[in-house]
Design a binder for this molecule. Structure first.
Ligand SMILES: NC(=O)c1ccc[n+]([C@@H]2O[C@H](COP(=O)([O-])OP(=O)(O)OC[C@H]3O[C@@H](n4cnc5c(N)ncnc54)[C@H](OP(=O)(O)O)[C@@H]3O)[C@@H](O)[C@H]2O)c1
Length: 308
């Protein structure tokens, strides 16, 4: 079969021949891959910077995708840490880490959406006790995950959604997705009274935003859940200790590990249904898997989805 293969962390994948996959146990099945997204997680696992990277080669990247199982059914599947991912004609999945999809779905849309959408969906469902009527600030709202976070917070009944980003022209699009207010990352004082922050940014911009928000907060005894989800501006952030003492601030992370696999799986069917129904706007660009080498470092706002 054909697959995209990485043989060293500092070189892009090459499209070529690869051995046919073999199911190793009763909990595995060989499936045909229809569409697989090039997510930030996928890139960082492929270049060795993700915390789950193992350094084992050859490596076929691809953390998830839409597949056709041996019975002809469509599934969205998330793969565990493996050297045979979804950037291949066929791969091996554990059906317990998958969800059946209707026959009429668009595989590219589902493959593009599930990873970025899941980030806010599980954060609000599984990491904080989010209630209807609460107010949400999204830091880094112009990316794929941030744009979906706006729509998901609205779906879950947020009373106010403030979308923050670094790029003012791009912020202008976010009202149409459901943002009540858009601000730059340096205007977090205008979100002083939110209940939850969904943070895709981290690094220095987060430190500045946290300081501005808490300084302007009217009731510092009101709980504030700051959910760390992404780190597009920095892997570390020097948070002043006083912020943790001066306000009822809780900083928690949301992602693979802090959310158990069973919790992700429990949320998959409802999220897949929401995407299938078109309830979440998705920016997707289908690319033939054979073009992976030249597409690997492409700068695009759309989520690239490889189609074998
Ligand atoms: N924990 C989880 O469950 C989970 C799941 C999915 C994704 N994530 C993480 O969430 C983050 C966003 O993922 P994504 O899929 O939305 O990526 P994406 O579509 O590439 O969007 C990232 C956005 O971040 C903004 N950005 C980039 N560098 C920045 C900087 N230095 N300062 C401020 N903003 C910056 C860019 O927006 P502008 O160019 O418009 O400013 C870009 O559109 C990533 O760190 C990803 O790993 C976490």
């Amino acid at each position: 079969m054909h697959a995209a293969v990485i043989t060293a962390y500092d070189t892009p994948p090459a499209y070529g021949d690869h051995p046919e996959p073999v199911a190793g146990s009763d909990n595995e099945m060989v499936v045909e891959v229809l569409a697989a997204g090039l997510h930030r997680l996928t890139r960082s696992k492929a270049n060795g910077t993700h915390y789950s990277s193992t350094g084992t080669f050859p490596l076929v990247p691809g953390a998830d995708g839409v597949v056709r199982d041996p019975a002809g059914k469509l599934r969205y599947a998330a793969l565990d840490d493996t050297t045979l991912g979804t950037f291949a004609d066929r791969t091996v999945i554990d059906p317990r880490r998958s969800v059946l999809l209707p026959d009429d779905i668009d595989p590219v849309q589902i493959a593009a959406a599930m990873n970025p959408a899941m980030s806010s969906w599980v954060a609000l469902r599984r990491r904080v006790e989010f209630r209807e009527g609460q107010r949400v600030l999204i830091l880094g709202a112009t990316g794929n995950a941030g744009r979906m976070a706006i729509q998901i917070a609205r779906r879950f009944g947020a009373a106010q959604i403030i979308a923050a980003g670094r790029d003012t022209p791009r912020l202008a699009d976010l009202a149409a997705l459901g943002a009540d207010e858009t601000i730059t990352l340096d205007q977090a004082d205008r979100a002083a009274d939110v209940d939850v922050v969904l943070d895709y940014v981290w690094g220095e911009p987060t430190v500045r935003a946290m300081t501005a928000l808490l300084t302007a907060r009217a009731d510092r005894a009101a709980p504030l859940n700051w959910v760390q989800i992404g780190s597009v501006a920095g892997a570390t952030a020097p948070i002043p200790s006083a912020l943790l003492r001066a306000a009822r601030l809780q900083i928690i992370g949301s992602g693979i590990g802090s959310v158990p696999a069973r919790d992700f799986l429990a949320e998959l069917p409802e999220l897949a249904a929401a995407v299938t129904q078109g309830a979440i706007t998705v920016r997707a660009r289908a690319v033939p898997l054979a073009d992976i080498t030249q597409t690997w470092t492409a700068e695009t706002d759309d989520r690239i989805v490889f189609v074998p």
